[in-house]
Design a protein. Structure first.
Length: 209
């Protein structure tokens, strides 16, 4: 009976041997998968850290660009304040210019706690390539040229410097005034300056390419 059983079911023993022989192979496969996983883990971690560092750098660069733009705008605000000064006069020279602030910390740009501005303004008696417009000459007027060196600053050390030239028309012999009228000390651009409106002649950004 037993011999007949063996003869009748010859595959059972072979199946049993194959099943037993396949166990070490499965263990080897699991071990290989674990080893590969351990090898890939540092690579994945490195990629994640690199991605985070890149994102942080991009955010920092974007913030720096924004602060630089705000410094640019603060310098332009300084030009607007200076060009409409009602105490404009030829008494301000390159060696003795009008300074804002005259002392202390630079004033803040209105509406901003971190953006500040400053400027120096002076009369330029010999501007290169500048002359009085013919129509002004016929009206008995002369062009008086001035230069503004304006600085704007913002957070993270952002700074920008703009240089603006302009002139105003007045009768010959005009010297202007270096004294602010009452009420114009804090916001000179809100006061009406006597004489003609300023005409801009040149503009450049310091250290710009």
């Amino acid at each position: 009976m037993t011999g007949d059983m063996r003869g009748r079911y010859p595959l059972s023993r072979d199946l049993h041997l194959v099943t037993k022989g396949s166990v070490p192979s499965c263990r080897l496969q699991r071990g290989a998968a674990l080893a590969i996983g351990l090898l890939l883990l540092p690579v994945a971690t490195l990629l994640a850290v690199s991605a985070m560092a890149t994102a942080t750098l991009e955010l920092r660069m974007a913030a720096n660009a924004e602060y630089q733009q705000r410094a640019f705008e603060a310098a332009e605000f300084a030009i607007e304040q200076a060009i409409h000064s009602v105490d404009l006069g030829t008494g301000y020279t390159y060696s003795a210019p009008k300074l804002v602030p005259a002392s202390g910390a630079p004033p803040a740009v209105p509406g901003s706690a971190s953006d500040t501005y400053s400027y120096r303004l002076y009369y330029d008696p010999t501007p290169a390539g500048a002359a009085t417009p013919p129509e002004a000459v016929s009206a008995g007027l002369e062009a008086y040229h001035f230069v503004i060196e304006a600085s704007g600053a913002s957070a993270r050390g952002a700074k920008d410097v703009h240089i603006q030239g302009f002139y105003v028309l007045h009768p010959g012999g005009w010297s202007g005034s270096t004294t602010l009228p009452a009420g114009c000390e804090t916001t000179p651009a809100d006061c009406a300056a006597p004489g003609s409106q300023p005409e801009r002649t040149f503009w450049r950004q310091q250290d710009a390419d």
